[in-house]
Design a protein around this ligand. Sequence first.
Ligand code: DX5
Ligand code: ZN
Length: 252
Amino acid sequence: MTPCNADMILSPSLLAADLADLTTELPALEEAGVQWLHLDIMDGAFVPNITFGPPLIRALRPRCRLFFDVHLMVEDPVRYLEDFHKAGADMLVVHVEADRHVHRTLTEIRARGMKAGVAVSPGTDIAFLRWIARDLDMLLLMSVNPGFSGQTFLPEVYGKLRAARALLAEAGVQDIPVQVDGGVCPENAGALTEAGADILVSGSAFFGHKIYRKRLAAFLRATEHSPRRRAEEVASTYHHLGENHAHTQTVR
Ligand code: DX5
Ligand code: ZN
């Protein structure tokens, strides 16, 4: 099992890394104790920006043992599930706003052996979760409108986090990890885990600092008073990681 003595999992967003020097960036993340990597896939249609796709993931996969948390900001994502699977994604997260048949897509992601997540933009209600809660491995709540790194954090996500936690508990799946993405930094990380987040994505607030080990420690310190119980559950939810990309790291 991947050791997780942290109160939350930090998933740095590659988009804010030095994209011209990824062969240095990946080992630096692993040496710092990071376990997840958030990969933002943008198609220029669902969001007004274009990033990268399966070829980059395929190139990075043999270079590290990080858990590839792939955030698909792509219209009709079901078209690309197989490509991302072959490229080496561990988890695919699709936007509910971009998929007319999200239940089918989640089922197809799991059928390929990947974890399945659904992402919700700031303006989208979460009532639909009730009907797909059992088909989910992770919920992603956006705290910015998807499309760019470095945007201003929208505090409405706190209320949405609490509502999502209540809804998941009501559906009998209270252990599903919830991720928050957009404008996350050590200053809001503690309040986010307190409100129910388990996994935090950080782009600019993480990569803007040279010493990644120190930056990871700042996020972990900010969240250390949050409930440990859920972090342990998250670690066990992702326990298969230890088999796929076995590595032992102490995160602080
Ligand atoms: C936004 C992306 C985020 C973004 C995070 O569309 O999904 O993952 O890269 O970057 P920061 O932390 O800088 O907001
Ligand atoms: Zn993202």
